[in-house]
Design a protein around this ligand. Structure first.
Ligand code: IMP
Ligand code: MG
Length: 183
């Protein structure tokens, strides 16, 4: 059944393309961590859909942790301020961590998180990001597992929001500010 597309959203990356890419990333993680276990650290809220799909495609014993972070208000511009809204439920000392992010935009959030998490003494930290917008980067970040590189557009769907909306679209789309938002 075709998914509903609100008029103000222009489809960018289809659910099929996302699924294929997520499976490739999961296969890479499965190979890289063969014989070990991994803690997938999903950065909320934006990465919840990506993390759920990635987790199910990884063929390893994994553990899930969630970290609530807010870096944007209800705006499309980075405030540069990262606030932890929900902490991990268990220590990650000695664990191999893969931070799962929806999108690396300015890079401020992921740089901050990497530093924060180092203080908790994991064995290793890698980053999996569904999207990367290199045009707006302010901090150099190493992305170990990257889904797609995109232009400087504001995207929604597949977990990503605008003012808390559109997270449940099964594909990624560009929000067109010239179109009025549907109710
Ligand atoms: P950064 O700190 O600028 O790298 O921003 C990272 C966070 O900003 C992401 O985890 C998203 O929550 C949000 N963000 C950045 N770009 C977009 C976008 O195009 N659509 C939706 N959220 C975005
Ligand atoms: Mg957001």
């Amino acid at each position: 059944m075709p998914a509903f597309t609100p008029p103000e959203v222009r489809p960018l990356i289809s659910a099929e393309r996302i699924a294929a890419r997520v499976n490739e990333l999961a296969a890479q993680i499965t190979r890289d961590y063969a014989g070990r276990s991994v803690v997938l650290l999903s950065v909320l809220k934006g990465s919840f859909v990506f993390a759920a799909d990635l987790a199910r495609a990884i063929d390893l014993p994994i553990r899930m942790e969630f970290l609530g972070v807010r870096s944007y208000g209800d705006d499309t511009k980075s405030s540069g301020v990262v606030q932890i809204t929900q902490d991990l439920t268990r220590p990650v000392t000695g664990d191999d961590l893969v931070i799962v992010e929806d999108i690396i935009d300015t890079g401020l959030t992921i740089s901050y998180l990497r530093e924060q998490l180092k203080g908790r003494n994991p064995a290793s930290v890698k980053v999996a990001a569904l999207l990367h917008k290199p045009a707006r980067i302010q901090r150099e970040v190493e992305i170990d597992y990257l889904g797609f590189t995109i232009d400087d557009v504001f995207v929604v769907g597949y977990g990503l929001d605008y003012a808390e909306r559109y997270r449940n679209l099964p594909y990624l789309g560009v929000l067109d500010p010239s179109q009025p938002a549907s109710k």
